[in-house]
Design a protein around this ligand. Structure first.
Ligand code: NAI
Length: 250
């Protein structure tokens, strides 16, 4: 039986680690040609080799890098079907409104939000040229609820990703481009471990709010991304796609 993504060309940003890496593996297992885009050359190259895909070193905050990333994808695989705009960084250690400095705020907006703007700005016209496609932007459960976690710059950036995804989903709904915001709950990745490293009790406090009583594994987010990327999600656009172990429903 053919895979869910047979023959599709997917560009995944932040693909060298965590959710992106699990998704790259899942997409490839489902038949996609995967472009692994990341700053991390070592991890990205190894993964691309493992999957028979292409590694592109791209800083998603750079308009030039983003355009070059798509050009490389099209040159190698001859098309473009799926944009998984997933690269992101965790908030600074103390990200409360009282502590976060302007530089730290700007950096988080740049990597988490401006990057999605750039990837959509330069990627969606290419999807339109190639007959449509699926865009998945990684937001977070914090985009839909106050979490009292003092992550003001991070939460605001993810709220922006969610709002932008809805707007674009509506704008392109009749042109064959679906745009969805994937909103994971806490996921066991280096980003989450870094967040809790300075305050291990924070992990326990966060866990209390997850009805399932555990953090997600990256593969559980990857399977949702794979669904949204595939034609099985053909009537889903502009959605807030929560994969959060029940947090937002509690
Ligand atoms: P991760 O830290 O494991 O992976 C992030 C990847 O993005 C890394 O490989 C890193 O090199 C890359 N990256 C960072 N800045 C970049 C840049 N400027 N250009 C290109 N690549 C860059 O993180 P994880 O957990 O897999 O996060 C992926 C996405 O999921 C992020 O957007 C994050 O905010 C979001 N998310 C994560 C959650 C979690 O609990 N881990 C929960 C909800 C959302």
């Amino acid at each position: 039986m053919a895979g869910r993504l047979e023959g599709k060309v997917a560009v995944i940003t932040g693909a060298a680690s965590g959710i992106g890496r699990a998704s790259a593996r899942r997409f490839a297992a489902e038949g996609a040609h995967v472009v692994v885009a990341d700053l991390d050359e070592g991890g990205g190259t190894a993964l691309a080799e493992e999957l028979g895909g292409l590694f592109v070193r791209a800083d998603v905050t750079s308009a030039d890098d983003v355009q070059a990333m798509y050009a490389a994808a099209i040159e190698r695989f001859g098309g473009l079907d799926v944009l998984f705009n997933n690269a992101g960084i965790s908030p600074p250690d103390d990200d409360s409104i009282l502590e976060t400095e302007l530089d730290a705020w700007r950096r988080v907006q740049e990597v988490n939000l401006t990057s999605v703007y750039l990837c959509c700005k330069y990627g969606i016209p290419l999807l339109l040229e190639h007959g449509g496609g699926s865009v998945i932007n990684t937001a977070s459960f914090v985009a839909v609820m106050g979490a009292a976690t003092s992550q003001i710059s991070y939460t605001a950036s993810k709220g922006g990703v969610l709002a932008m995804s809805r707007e674009l989903g509506v704008q392109f709904a009749r042109q064959g481009v679906r745009v969805n915001a994937l909103c994971p709950g806490p996921v066991n990745t280096p980003l989450l471990r870094e967040l809790f490293a300075s305050d291990p009790e924070r992990a326990a406090r966060r866990l209390v709010h997850v009805p399932m009583g555990r953090f997600a594994e990256p593969e559980e987010i990857a399977s949702a991304a794979c669904f949204l990327a595939s034609d099985d999600a053909s009537f889903i656009t502009a959605s807030t796609f929560l994969v959060d172990g029940g947090i937002s429903g509690a």
